[in-house]
Design a protein. Structure first.
Length: 97
């Protein structure tokens, strides 16, 4: 198979696969945290992941990854969807039974 025949994201996939070999990267990726959410200052709930929160709240799911990166660094961060301001806070993982 030539480079021309490989899928567009082949190099990205290879890079991600290689990055898992780095113990620091691996440990960060294995961390799972929940999120606590306020909408306009009113508690709306706790979710097992940022993705689950975005999905349940009807927020644009395609924006959750870049937001998650910033949220993990900050610990708490707001997201404005044009109608409401959602305040997200990273919390310990929630039990899922």
């Amino acid at each position: 198979m030539t480079d021309h025949d490989k899928p567009k994201n082949f190099k990205i996939s290879e890079g991600v696969r290689e990055s898992w070999k780095d113990p620091t990267v691996r440990e960060k990726r294995r961390q799972r945290n929940g999120v606590s959410v306020l909408r306009n200052g009113i508690p709306v709930g706790e979710y097992t992941s940022l993705y689950q929160a975005f999905k349940a709240l009807g927020l644009p799911e395609k924006k959750h990854i870049p937001f998650r990166i910033k949220l993990k660094q900050a610990g708490s961060l707001s997201f404005n969807d044009g109608e409401s301001i959602y305040a997200f806070t990273v919390i310990q993982p929630l039990k899922t039974s």
